[in-house]
Design a protein around this ligand. Structure first.
Ligand SMILES: Nc1nc2c(ncn2[C@@H]2O[C@H](COP(=O)(O)OP(=O)(O)OP(=O)(O)O)[C@@H](O)[C@H]2O)c(=O)[nH]1
Ligand SMILES: [Mg+2]
Length: 398
């Protein structure tokens, strides 16, 4: 599972990335600070089943804190896109290939309207933050269309002569983008194009198809960033204007400061919290005390920084992921070394348990016999859809 962070330059993509990963990607108040992609790992929260049993867990890949499991999600932060990127403006759109394996996108917008379409500073409110949601979608569609257009004419003529289906060509071109055959079929049905006559498709038709493909295969949501500088009413207005795209007001900067202060031991704070505690106020300088006072006001106003909410809304609501806990002993919920609930990972809701087995280990999928639900101890057939929070033992032939 990987989420791409996209948006125009200078909106806070790298700040959001750093806040979510606690890494140190370069951030600066001018456009095109990021050129090469930044990759890191963030986490989404889910209740840890160890609480139900009353026994502590032995976390491996996903930390457990106070009964909450932090399940890893990969992130990639890329360079800023500008209108006309597909025609070479700004850094162009070739760098979007860094997003090829992303499952969905969080688009960061500057909710203060204080940066123009190229990311240059302008007076607050001079730029309309909702406009970029529209043209960014266009640029992403041009990127996919660009991949499809390579050899399009020759391949389509060949396909039509040989009576082959256009789907096969599209699938071949889009394998690198992790777009499934089923998504391609659905897009061909849905897109306003003549699916029977690909040789007559215009460049615009290919862009239209790409847009439908992206909407279906790479679900997006919006982070209305820099919300520390707008009112709640304004955030609601913006949220209404970008609907039906889901959006969350965020302050990446506040989240980053809070997480770094927590790492340094100045405060106790976990991402998603609506407040923090100061264990020893005597350690703080007057400036730190003042900064924390302001952050406390911000958290109260917004009920949190919105950063964790934005990631979880993308992963759970848009990408419909659920968390699975594979174990080898369905009674004690342990692995072969006796570790309790060692791993937690994300799969799409409704994934058949056999496909979950493949995710744990290819051999488990290949030699799958049945799965056993760790709570009910019922045997589950290969096609049984996995449930959210499932504790699963996979039984395989030896
Ligand atoms: N007020 C405020 N400023 C923010 C917030 N997030 C980021 N910024 C500021 O916005 C500026 C740009 O941040 P970056 O994270 O470098 O933006 P970017 O989108 O990665 O920019 P490029 O890599 O150039 O495309 C920096 O000065 C940040 O401090 C926020 O939540 N609130
Ligand atoms: Mg950046």
């Amino acid at each position: 599972m990987e989420i791409g962070i996209v948006g125009k330059p200078n909106v806070g993509k790298s700040t959001l990335f750093n806040a979510m990963t606690l890494l140190d990607a370069t951030m600066a108040p001018y456009p095109f600070t990021t050129v090469k992609p930044n990759r890191g790992v963030a986490a989404v929260r889910t209740p840890c089943p160890h609480v139900e049993r009353g026994t502590a867990c032995t976390p491996g890949n996903a930390a457990c804190r106070d009964g909450v499991r932090w399940v890893p999600v990969a992130l990639v932060d890329v360079a800023g896109l500008v209108p006309g990127a597909h025609a070479g403006k700004g850094l162009g759109n070739q760098f979007l290939n860094d997003l090829s394996v992303a499952d969905g996108f969080i688009q960061v917008v500057d909710a203060t309207g204080a940066t123009d379409a190229e990311g240059n500073p302008v007076p607050a409110g001079a730029s309309d933050p909702t406009a970029e949601v529209g043209w960014l979608g266009d640029e992403l569609a041009y990127w996919v269309a660009g991949l499809l257009e390579k050899e399009f004419d020759r391949q389509v003529r060949k396909a039509e002569l040989e009576g082959a289906k256009i789907e096969e060509y599209l699938e071949h071109r889009l394998t690198g983008l992790k777009i499934s055959a089923a998504a391609i079929q659905a897009a061909l049905r849905e897109a306003p194009i003549d699916r029977m006559r690909p040789s007559r498709w215009t460049a615009d038709d290919i862009v239209r198809l790409s847009r439908v493909l992206l909407d279906a295969a790479k679900p997006s949501s919006v982070a209305l960033n820099k919300c520390d500088r707008i009112t709640r009413d304004r955030a609601e207005e913006l949220s209404g204007a970008v609907a039906p795209v889901a959006s969350t007001p965020t302050s990446a900067e506040a989240e980053l400061t809070l997480r770094r202060a927590a790492r340094a031991g100045f405060i106790s704070y976990a991402p998603g919290d609506s407040g923090f505690k100061v264990p020893d106020a005597s350690r703080l300088s007057a400036a730190q005390d003042q900064a924390l006072h302001e952050l406390s006001g911000l958290l109260q106003r917004w009920g949190g920084t919105g950063v964790q909410r934005s990631l979880e809304s993308e992963v759970f609501d848009r990408l419909h992921q659920v968390v699975v806990f594979p174990v080898e002993d369905e009674t004690h919920w342990t692995d072969s070394r006796g570790r309790v609930l060692p791993d937690a990972f994300l799969v799409p809701a409704g994934t058949p348990v056999r496909a979950v087995a493949y995710r744990v280990h290819t051999e488990l999928g290949e030699h799958f016999v049945r799965a056993i639900d760790g709570r009910t101890h019922r045997a589950l057939a290969a096609d049984h859809p996995v449930e959210s929070g499932a504790v699963l033992r996979i039984v395989a032939r030896r």
